[in-house]
Write a new protein. Structure first.
Length: 200
């Protein structure tokens, strides 16, 4: 919506995600477009996971299209973990400082890790489940290492992950013997998620 307003009423573009359009957009609009592109690229990476995983995209936490919506980009259920995953591209490198993600591309006062944990806590209550881990996924060039531990916030471990490492991270967590954090009845949990998840 904001991107359309910036372009002007009646202006039609073939591809709003064209790099030329993204690069000349105002900072707030540019971030929206970059984040949308990042979300699509993460979704493509998640599509390559095996049949042991189930993935939901654009999961509503609260709100609606008319009032504004808060959402988790990707919810991933694996054999031993239930992940909440957010895709981001702040347009510049980020790092972890004192259990928060910081960088020049973030807006003043923005606390992405803390804000995401708050959303996940709300989603847990509405779904009646408990998440095992949270990952913030960024372009490979924007994080110093494939996996950067943010820390445990309100009981949930949070990581900053290079997109190229995400699939490996999820598959490694699935193969860890005897460390399931989602219980033994995977069928019941999967059916509960399928029944209760709402989409944007």
């Amino acid at each position: 919506m904001e991107a359309r307003e910036w372009l002007g009423r009646g202006v039609i573009v073939e591809n709003i995600f064209d790099p030329d359009i993204v690069n000349r957009a105002p900072a707030t609009v540019r971030h929206i477009l970059q984040a949308a592109i990042a979300e699509e690229e993460t979704a493509a990476a998640l599509a390559r996971l095996g049949p042991a995983f189930e993935v939901w995209h654009d999961v509503v936490v609260e709100g609606s299209r008319s009032s504004g919506v808060a959402k988790i980009d990707h919810v991933v259920l694996g054999p031993s973990r239930l992940w909440a995953i957010q895709s981001e591209d702040w347009g510049s490198p980020v790092e972890v400082v004192r259990r928060e993600i910081v960088g020049e591309g973030l807006f003043e006062g923005e606390k992405p890790a803390k804000e995401l944990v708050g959303m996940v806590k709300k989603l847990q209550r509405s779904l009646g489940v408990r998440f095992s881990a949270i990952a913030y996924v960024v372009p490979d060039s924007d994080a110093a290492a494939p996996l950067n531990e943010v820390g445990t916030l309100r009981g949930l471990p949070v990581s900053l992950v290079q997109r190229g490492f995400l699939r490996e991270l999820l598959e490694e967590s699935a193969s860890e013997a005897g460390t399931s954090l989602v219980g033994d009845d995977m069928f019941e949990l999967r059916e509960q998620l399928r029944a209760r998840i709402r989409f944007v």
